[in-house]
Design a protein around this ligand. Structure first.
Ligand SMILES: Cc1cc2nc3c(=O)[nH]c(=O)nc-3n(C[C@H](O)[C@H](O)[C@H](O)COP(=O)(O)OP(=O)(O)OC[C@H]3O[C@@H](n4cnc5c(N)ncnc54)[C@H](O)[C@@H]3O)c2cc1C
Length: 396
């Protein structure tokens, strides 16, 4: 049987294949033996990030000139997928770090700021968080209320309240989205800032259904000194640019979780006996397995397309939405089926299936929920059809 990754491998450079081999070894050595314990403690150890940085996992997409590994989007996604097979929480942290926390300053910060923060951001010395969400601003980022205020000496301070921020309280530095004014039409002006995490006021680690080892945080910003990233008013454009890659990372995380859950289910089917036979002989379970495989392969195919477009320098926002939407829902279905195949044992914490099932669910919510992806997709389809058929309505 042709392994789906063999198709991917044709698109990878030899050094990327070597990196993926090392990532597989890293995951088996540093993550697999401890993932259940981290879940129980609801915490990832700090030195995991240091080790990940040294292994190149904290700077996968960044160019070599700043200390990164310069992987293609495909190489990056395959690495996230590999990590997610063992620990969804850590895969999510790496995905957020690489696409948003590194991607944002890399693409938009001044050379001076870049010189100051790289390579500490890439080599595991600094953990970084990326803070957009607030109590009144989730899918609707127009609800952001955190303000950035210029000071007479040319510096800035931030005031506001952020929630559900990955790595928030455990990070060393943070990218924060804030409002710095309104344009002539009254629309909020978004600006990105770089801050030192020591200056925030912690509220709590938010307890989550899945990805429990991840530090999902709530905190206040009270007159926090901040540096501009990419100029005043440039925050929204930059955030959207970073979210394209972010969504592919979440798609890859979902696929890794779905695949890992199904692998456990296969082994259970071949070892568990009921009614005098292996449960693998029950057609009801065989069909579940077949559906999982087809859907995960479809998700892999949908992930390849935007990765190839990225490599060609083409815009891939819409394709990132297809991929994120399908992969996250397919992975949830696969993990759910895997749990059902494993029966009562699947629902216990004696196996990782229930953890993968809970972790996969996050992928349908974070970095743009499934509903938001459907909005993006349907709007793009209708806009294109409007133009193609000349059916645009004239504004009254
Ligand atoms: C574990 C975890 C980690 C996270 N990490 C980060 C992070 O690091 N940084 C960060 O900034 N944020 C982070 N988030 C926040 C995450 O991005 C938001 O939860 C997500 O964008 C959804 O926003 P919300 O939770 O406010 O849901 P809401 O926006 O309140 O949505 C509620 C429901 O309404 C639906 N909905 C909303 N608008 C529409 C619409 N127009 N049409 C149809 N349906 C709609 C949604 O799909 C959802 O089903 C994290 C969240 C979690 C749970």
């Amino acid at each position: 049987m042709l392994h789906p990754h063999s198709l991917y491998y044709d698109h990878l450079k030899p050094e990327e294949r070597e990196f993926l081999k090392q990532t597989t070894e890293f995951a088996a050595r540093e993550i697999a033996p401890h993932a259940a314990e981290w879940e129980e403690k609801e915490e990832l150890p700090r030195d995991l990030f240091t080790k990940a940085g040294r292994a190149g996992l904290m700077g996968m997409l960044a160019p070599k000139s700043v200390g990164g590994r310069e992987l293609s989007m495909l190489g990056y996604c395959l690495a996230i997928e590999e990590i997610a097979r063992h620990c969804g929480a850590f895969a999510m942290n790496l995905a957020a770090h690489n696409a948003l926390c590194v991607g944002h300053p890399l693409g938009f910060a001044s050379d001076e700021l870049k010189r100051k923060i790289f390579p500490s951001v890439l080599n595991g010395d600094w953990m970084v968080a990326w803070a957009l969400t607030e109590p009144n601003a989730g899918s609707d980022t127009g609800g952001v209320e955190t303000t950035g205020t210029p000071q007479p000496d040319g510096t800035w301070v931030l005031n506001g309240h952020k929630i559900y921020i990955t790595m928030g309280l455990h990070s060393d530095r943070m990218v924060v989205m804030a409002i710095t004014g309104r344009d002539e039409k009254g629309k909020k002006e978004f600006t990105a800032f770089w801050i030192h995490t020591k200056d925030i006021e912690p509220v709590r680690k938010v307890k989550t259904a899945g990805v429990r080892a991840s530090n999902t945080s709530e905190f206040y910003l009270k007159n926090v000194p901040a540096e501009l990233i990419g100029g005043r008013g440039k925050g929204q454009h930059a955030a959207l640019a970073c979210l394209d890659g972010g969504r592919l990372g979440i798609a890859a995380m979902a696929i890794g979780l779905g695949r890992a859950a199904v692998e456990i289910a296969k082994q259970r089917m071949l070892t568990r006996r009921q009614f005098g036979k292996r449960i693998a002989e029950f057609q009801a379970l065989q069909f579940k397995l077949a559906d999982c495989e087809v859907e995960l392969r479809a998700a892999e195919a949908l992930l390849l397309q935007p990765c190839v477009m990225h490599a060609r320098g083409q815009k891939f926002s819409l394709e990132a939405s297809f991929s994120k939407l399908y992969a996250s829902e397919a992975a949830s279905r696969a993990a759910n089926s895997a749990l059902q195949i494993c029966g009562g044992w699947g629902y216990t914490r004696d196996t990782a299936v229930e953890r993968m099932w809970r972790d996969a669910r996050l992928c349908e919510i974070g970095e743009g929920s499934s509903e938001v992806q459907r909005l993006i997709i349907s709007r793009a389809l209708l806009k294109e059809a409007e133009e193609r058929y000349g059916l645009a309505e004239t504004k009254k």
